[in-house]
Design a protein around this ligand. Structure first.
Ligand SMILES: Nc1ncnc2c1ncn2[C@@H]1O[C@H](COP(=O)(O)OP(=O)(O)OP(=O)(O)O)[C@@H](O)[C@H]1O
Length: 573
């Protein structure tokens, strides 16, 4: 059984490295030294998780309970633990400092299993049980292990790398070539359980990759759309017949029907069933088949009318679900079917998937099929776009009806194309940017951030490069929400996967995980920013940025990319 001590050594080593390549190599050499059965667990733990993203990985342990567990484990009064915590600012460091006795090391499996036990303990008396399991784990751990046990338990490992680094490390460790990361990534779009993928690579090498398929209960990454800005561009990209669907502005959802059990997953692959019991219930009435995976969009919906996105956002909550369910009723517009009764539909053409969706789904007040037309006449498509925008929707999604129009998990290709009303105006554009730093506010904003340093994703290099500094557009509520969100993501230095120029060093660094939508009106070149600068002096920079909203539904890997900025730059300056 793999020792957790070795993993703790790895964490500690990685904390001191800032080069992307070195992190990947260090991770790979650690993975190569493990038995295949330990690789699965190691893959989760390396990311600070205790399971795949689509399972509940929150242990339900706050700082207070952690302080209690540390106090119990080391027999030190809680007030003293709190005192040291206020000096050190990190409970992992507190455990490291307090644990002076030599102990035998714990195994990786043990840490993993106990963490799962902590997560699964619920109901009356669960707080006590969580504390007791954690304190027993700490008692058995060495000081270095204890430091990371605490950080993982709090969901605060933050080593400055994400799953993409791990995928590169898996490629290096089990296929001998980092370049195979692309292939592994393709499989990860379908098998989104990183532990399962890692375990299978460790056991069977690169040959295992073809074997993954979609199955109910394990969400696949969602297919995305490229953009066009005008009917002329659409004409260049599409020939002949096409389907044009209304584009709904809500929350993407993947519905998994597995017999009597129905689950809903978000675009970030989180299980959101508990937030939307009404959606689950509505699908129970609508589905005609025992096993299905449906793709759609949840929108706020009242009196047969779609409500603005902001209303739906109020449903993003774990508490008071019932009350908000009544306050903000929703509907789901379904537009795809990617699994049906034991058969993957990923490689079945769009038209057939749609036919089967219509056949196996009963429309009701809460469950709808996306409205669409099929035409080869661009005038008709333009009319459909105008009508859709007049209805108050954002635009349309045009989908290829060719035989080759398969469902591509996690891909943004030309089979689906979005055309939004903002593009039609041609003067404004929105970007989904990753917050990587913040600057202190002055005057009225004293005690809060004044501006946020934001980055785009460089997919080729697997890193975030800064693009703009956003200081306007925030309401008082936005400030409060952002401040409390950022509090959980502050880090000491820029991680290896973030590139910031000297001129832009922020007051506080933020680990790249929060995505915000920003409106901008001009892209220029500037030495202050690193977006797409390819080691030249000037990167792309966004002028006149304005905060619009937090994109809770997007992770950093779904942020606007350097490639997209390059495409936009020509027409958008
Ligand atoms: N009929 C539809 N077909 C496909 N996607 C739809 C449809 N209606 C709404 N959508 C939403 O539009 C999104 C497609 O746009 P895109 O893939 O670019 O996502 P995005 O980056 O969130 O874009 P945007 O910010 O423009 O919504 C989908 O993720 C989905 O949530």
């Amino acid at each position: 059984m793999g020792s957790f001590g070795k993993l703790a050594d790895l964490y500690s080593k990685i904390e001191k490295i800032s080069s992307h390549k070195q992190i990947v190599e260090t991770l790979a050499s650690f993975l190569t030294g493990l038995e295949p059965e330990d690789v699965r667990v190691a893959a989760y733990l390396a990311l600070g998780d205790i399971g795949p993203k689509f399972e509940d990985i929150d242990l339900g342990l706050g700082e207070k309970l952690c302080i209690r567990a540390i106090s119990l484990a080391y027999d030190i009064p809680e007030e003293d633990v709190s005192g040291i915590f206020s000096r050190l600012g990190d409970l992992g460091d507190v455990a490291f400092k307090l644990d002076e006795r030599k102990r035998s090391s714990v195994s990786m499996q043990d840490v993993f299993e106990q963490m799962v036990r902590i997560r699964d303990s619920s109901g009356p008396g669960s707080q006590g049980e969580k504390v007791s399991v954690l304190s027993q784990l700490l008692e058995k751990s060495t000081s270095l292990e204890a430091k990371y046990v605490v950080r993982i338990a709090l969901g605060q490992l933050r080593l400055g790398f994400g799953e993409q680094f791990l995928i590169e490390a898996l490629a290096l460790a089990f296929t001998g070539d980092r370049k195979n990361a692309k292939k592994i990534d393709d499989s990860y779009n379908i098998c989104t359980d990183i532990g399962e993928l890692a375990g299978s690579l460790a056991e069977h090498g690169i040959n295992s990759l073809g074997s993954f398929s979609i199955k109910p209960g394990r969400p696949v990454k969602m297919m995305l759309a490229k953009r066009v800005d005008s009917i002329e561009e659409l004409n260049r990209k599409f020939r002949g017949e096409m389907a044009a669907e209304e584009k709904y502005d809500g929350e993407r959802v993947q519905i998994h029907v597995d017999g009597k059990e129905i689950m809903a997953f978000s675009r970030r692959l989180e299980n959101i069933s508990e937030q939307f019991p009404d959606v689950i219930e509505a699908f129970h009435e609508s589905v005609q088949s025992r096993k299905m995976v449906i793709d759609g969009e949840i929108v706020a919906y009242r009196d047969s009318n779609i409500q603005p996105f902001q209303e739906l956002m109020q449903r993003r909550r774990k508490h008071n679900v019932e009350k908000y369910m009544e306050k903000i009723p929703v509907a789901v517009f379904c537009f795809d079917l990617i699994y049906l009764d034991g058969r993957s539909m990923l490689n079945v053409p769009y038209s057939e998937r749609r036919r089967l969706l219509e056949k196996n789904l009963q429309e009701t007040e809460r469950i709808k099929l996306s409205r669409r037309i099929i035409s080869s006449n661009l005038g008709e498509i333009q009319e459909f776009f105008d009508r859709t925008v007049d209805k108050g929707l954002e635009g349309i999604i045009i989908k290829s009806v060719s035989e080759k129009s398969i469902y591509q998990p996690g891909k943004r290709g030309w089979l689906w194309v979005k055309w939004k009303k903002e593009y039609a105006k041609g003067i404004r554009e929105t970007f989904d940017l990753v917050v990587v730093g913040s600057y202190y506010g002055r005057g009225r904003r004293h005690g809060s951030f004044g501006a946020l340093l934001c980055a785009v994703l460089n997919e080729e290099e697997n890193r975030f490069e800064t693009f703009t500094k956003v200081g306007t557009g925030f309401t008082d509520e936005d400030f409060d929400e952002m401040n409390s969100l950022l509090e959980n993501h502050l880090i000491d230095k820029a991680p290896a996967n973030v590139v910031i120029s000297k001129d832009m060093e922020p007051d506080l660094y933020v680990d790249p995980s929060v995505v915000i939508e920003v409106l901008g009106s001009q892209i220029t070149k500037s030495p202050a920013h690193t977006a797409g600068n390819d080691n030249t002096e000037k990167g792309f920079a966004l002028r006149f940025p304005r905060f619009l909203r937090i994109r809770y539904d997007k992770g950093p890997s779904e942020a606007t990319t350097v490639e997209e900025i390059k495409d936009m730059e020509e027409e958008f300056t």
